[in-house]
Design a protein around this ligand. Structure first.
Ligand SMILES: Nc1ncnc2c1ncn2[C@@H]1O[C@H](COP(=O)(O)OP(=O)(O)OP(=O)(O)O)[C@@H](O)[C@H]1O
Length: 141
């Protein structure tokens, strides 16, 4: 590939601002898709959220319960977005080289996901315990 070809293929890759809403929307959707492809944890979070949705519909959760579930789910997903952003920026800056600050950035971002997941589990236990405990007691009686 000569330098003209290189320029041509780089020109096809957008680096300037989005010119209209649909273009920006398309890139946002691509970002979500990228997250789902890159992060196994994200696919697990989505799977767990689907299970919670099904069980929540089954036990007929109330409005405020759904509100807390939504907060928990979106907190975990937001933390996963931030984690992926940090990983990408750190890799962009340091590449394959080891740097103690790269380790701090990645470990703290990953710790943020863990903290969000613990919050989601606490919310889940508090919300589902009144519905599921009597059923579990019946099973083990
Ligand atoms: N350039 C680096 N310099 C120093 N430590 C690094 C570097 N890259 C990765 N690490 C260490 O390796 C760990 C794993 O990094 P990696 O980029 O593979 O994240 P990951 O496994 O995709 O994380 P997650 O499971 O949170 O998505 C980091 O948490 C960090 O401790």
């Amino acid at each position: 590939m000569d330098s003209n070809d290189n320029k041509k293929s780089n020109n096809q890759k957008q680096v300037e601002k989005n010119s209209h809403f649909l273009q920006a929307f398309g890139h946002s959707i691509a970002g979500i898709g990228e997250l789902l492809v890159r992060e196994r944890n994200m696919r697990f979070h989505i799977f767990a959220a689907c299970i919670v949705l099904i069980v929540g519909i089954y036990v007929d959760l109330g409005r405020s319960d759904w509100l807390w579930i939504s907060v928990a789910v979106f907190t975990v997903i937001s933390a996963e977005f931030l984690n992926t952003i940090v990983e990408a920026i750190v890799d962009l800056i340091v590449g394959e080289n080891y740097h103690p600050l790269a380790k701090v950035a990645k470990d703290v971002a990953s710790g943020g996901v863990l903290a969000a997941a613990v919050f989601a589990v606490v919310v889940g236990v508090l919300i589902f315990q009144p519905y599921l405990l009597p059923n579990l007691q019946m099973v083990f009686r």
